[in-house]
Write a protein that binds this ligand. Structure first.
Ligand SMILES: O=C(O)CCC(=O)C(=O)O
Ligand SMILES: [Fe+2]
Length: 334
């Protein structure tokens, strides 16, 4: 066996068995429509130092997504997070299953989790080619890892979580102002204690029987904040055209989720997006997801009043029954 074959086999052991078994099967997903490069259409850039409600509102209405600059998250922190994440993912699958235990969870083949963080699988025909570590931010104080690599990563995650909590609050407050939401009511629409961080690794395209790490979806969150660091793959739907989101190591991508669309009475958009696997490198990305407080009722003229808990239960029911999320449509007033 050549040296590269040995390395390849060793790397294979770092992936979930489900990925190793699937990768020789023929694919039904190869017809891929090429997206447009970002330079041909420009994603809005929002500067946190001089945050303008009008500009922010414009980006949320037209795109449901923007790049955030001057966000105050140190670039060294982003670099350290990515370097540590790479090391953690290169542990064997068995080892990862052991160390990413409560309050964390280790998920693969899906991005849907129950409130306890357990993976909800969508069925073999609908695998997401991604593995992820789920960090519930409200429970990180319970994290007492034996593994020193995970212990130092946990500290970085805590620090990053504090920064992203600050960003989420600032952005949400400005959105609420721009939308003229009742301050008393909108306060409960952002509940930081139920927020989580996801650290993902996507395998090389050659390993998968699909081009997609994550298929087309909208997030269920109020806000999601992503960093794709150096390997791109995120694509967003804008005016019926798919657009590649270029990776810029220091920048954060904010995308609005279904809860924000409902809170805004459909003035803002929950943006459709997907993740394409890279041909040459595996890909690490880090996402922050924040939701309404538990029990907070979202009222609007478009949807029946519902809580995030109601929404999540419906999503899980649809995934189990149909293999996919139906989303806000389920709550529309007819
Ligand atoms: O990895 C990414 O860039 C995006 C992940 C994502 O869309 C999600 O977790 O909902
Ligand atoms: Fe997403």
């Amino acid at each position: 066996m050549s040296e590269s074959e040995v390395t390849m086999n060793l790397e294979l052991e770092t992936y979930p068995p489900m990925f190793r078994q699937q990768n020789n099967q023929s694919s039904t997903h190869w017809k891929v429509i090429e997206p447009v490069r970002e330079s041909e259409l420009t994603i809005p850039v929002i500067d946190l130092h001089c945050l303008s409600p009008e500009e922010l509102g414009g980006a949320c209405r037209d795109w449901g997504l923007f790049r955030l600059v001057n966000h105050g998250v140190p670039s060294t922190l982003l670099r350290q997070l990515h370097e540590h994440a790479k090391e953690l993912f290169s542990l064997s699958f068995e080892c990862k299953k052991k160390i990413f235990c409560s309050p964390l969870s280790y998920i693969w083949g899906t991005i849907a989790t129950s409130p306890s963080g357990a993976a909800i699988l969508t069925g073999p025909q609908n695998i997401h080619w991604v593995e992820g570590i789920h960090f519930p931010l409200g429970q990180l104080s319970q994290l007492q890892p034996q593994d020193h690599m995970l212990a130092s990563f946990g500290l970085l995650v805590e620090e990053y979580g504090r920064h992203l909590g600050r960003l989420g609050r600032t952005i949400f407050k400005t959105m609420a102002m721009e939308l003229n939401l009742d301050p008393g009511e909108s306060e409960t629409h952002l509940g930081e204690s139920t927020g989580f961080l996801r650290v993902y690794r996507y395998p090389l395209r050659s390993m998968a029987n699909s081009a997609w790490g994550i298929d087309v979806h909208t997030d269920s969150s109020v806000l999601s904040i992503l960093n794709q660091y150096e390997v791109g793959g995120l694509e967003v739907l804008k005016d019926n055209q798919w657009l590649q989101v270029k990776p810029i190591s220091d920048e954060l991508i904010v995308n609005l989720g279904d809860m924000m669309q409902a809170i805004s009475n459909d003035k803002y958009k929950s943006v459709k997006h997907r993740v394409r696997l890279d041909k040459h490198r595996d890909r690490i990305s880090i996402g922050y997801f924040v939701f309404p407080e538990e029990g907070s009722v979202i009222r609007s003229s478009k949807y029946k009043p519902f809580t995030y808990g109601d929404f999540q239960a419906q999503v899980h029911q649809d995934i189990k029954a149909h293999g996919f999320k139906v989303g806000l449509e389920r709550f529309e007033l007819t």
